[in-house]
Design a protein around this ligand. Structure first.
Ligand SMILES: Nc1ncnc2c1ncn2[C@@H]1O[C@H](COP(=O)(O)OP(=O)(O)OP(=O)(O)O)[C@@H](O)[C@H]1O
Length: 358
């Protein structure tokens, strides 16, 4: 089921929660709505679901204006962060619920309901838990039940609002891989709300980055990460180091040193350089545009980072740079750093003035 969102806007009192949102969701894709808290992700999801109404704009389900379809007719399955399972029902009954409450004309005979529920429990790998109650399950198992229950009604659209938000990091990771695999087997259009960029990058076919009720960028995980459309997306996705720089005489100046660039830059004035920590290359103090003293060296899993205090035109600036495996530095060492791939944003402007891969 294809979903088109057209010029959607929503206010809560004076607060603008969605501003002229346009979005095409392809049939069968898994789309992630990603953004900081309060950016409007849940509001957009609720309007798509029919649980809330927009002040302006439309949502189309397979070309039909969804305003003409009530919640039930939209055939939407939901999974929320807080497992809204019925506590007094077993896993089996929870999953069967949506099938049993259908109007008599549409309801399947009991033996078919039993067959379908069993198949769903197998599909989400919890067939052994059918007779348990929600209290007797782990958080991850409950979310599997919630997904089986959402799928029971054979939805055209699956809406997931922070489905793994309440789970610990390890369970989250395994469940999102599981969701990715499962989604490949389902012919359902899914929209996943998350504020976890790693989750979105790993699971989604495409990501919609939202900020302040607006769409900042739509793209594949690679596009979003490697070609951020603006400074908001660069800053929000992945780690970033931001350095104040100056544009003058066609070049980028870090203090009194000119950064090697591919292009001549127009204009004069302050700007900001955005660089990923792993795109800061360690080198000779005398040659690199940035110099500083190593404060600490840290290992996080297989990666090493150095906190470098840059001597930055009077202001000290602490940056975290990724250490390539062969680089040996110790606290107290003076090092040079060169931004290898970066983007330059004029102060106050979102669009990148230039980007470079040196
Ligand atoms: N019923 C409401 N009444 C008033 N304001 C609301 C209401 N629902 C949402 N908002 C506001 O609208 C903004 C967007 O909320 P929304 O829940 O869509 O954000 P979100 O991106 O999903 O955030 P989170 O990740 O924290 O869930 C927030 O500032 C929120 O406070």
């Amino acid at each position: 089921m294809k979903i088109d969102v057209r010029n959607l806007s929503k206010r809560f009192g004076n607060f603008v929660a969605l501003k002229n949102v346009d979005l095409d969701i392809a049939s069968g894709e898994l789309l992630a709505l990603l953004g900081p808290s309060g950016s409007g992700k849940t509001t957009l999801l609720r309007i798509i679901a029919g649980l809330d109404f927009a002040d302006g704009g439309e949502v189309y389900f397979a070309g039909e204006n969804a305003a003409n379809l009530n919640v039930r007719k939209r055939h939407v399955g939901f999974v929320f962060q807080h497992y809204a399972l019925f506590r007094h029902m077993t896993v089996f009954e929870n999953v069967a619920f949506g099938l049993r409450v259908r109007p008599r004309r549409e309801r399947k005979p009991e033996h078919e309901i039993v067959k379908r529920v069993k198949r769903l429990l197998e599909f989400v790998h919890i067939e052994g838990l059918a007779e348990r109650y929600p209290d007797q399950l782990s958080g991850g198992q409950r979310q599997r039940v919630a997904l089986a229950r959402a799928l029971a009604i054979e939805p055209n659209v699956l809406l997931l609002d922070e489905p793994f938000g309440a789970l610990d990091a390890k369970v989250r990771k395994s469940l999102r891989r599981w969701l990715r695999d499962l989604h490949g087997e389902l012919n359902v259009t899914s929209v996943l709300v998350t504020h976890d960029q790693e989750e979105a990058l790993e699971v989604a076919d495409r990501i919609v980055v939202m900020g302040n009720g607006k769409i900042e960028q739509v793209g594949t995980p690679e596009e979003i990460y490697n070609e951020p459309a603006n400074s908001f997306v660069f800053d929000f996705i992945g780690e970033s180091v931001k350095l104040p720089v100056r544009i003058e005489n066609g070049g980028i100046w870090i203090g009194s040193r000119r950064l090697a660039t591919n292009d001549e830059l127009p204009g004069t004035g302050p700007a900001r350089l955005f660089v990923r920590p792993h795109d800061l290359t360690f080198g000779e103090v005398s040659e690199a545009p940035l110099q500083g003293a190593v404060r600490a060296v840290r290992r996080v899993g297989a990666l090493s980072f150095a906190d470098v205090r840059l001597d930055y035109g009077g202001d000290d600036l602490l940056v975290e740079a990724s250490l390539p495996p062969e680089t040996l530095v110790r606290p107290g060492d003076l090092v040079g750093l060169t931004p290898r791939r970066y983007r330059i944003y004029e102060d106050g402007a979102a669009e990148s003035l230039t980007s470079a891969a040196l």
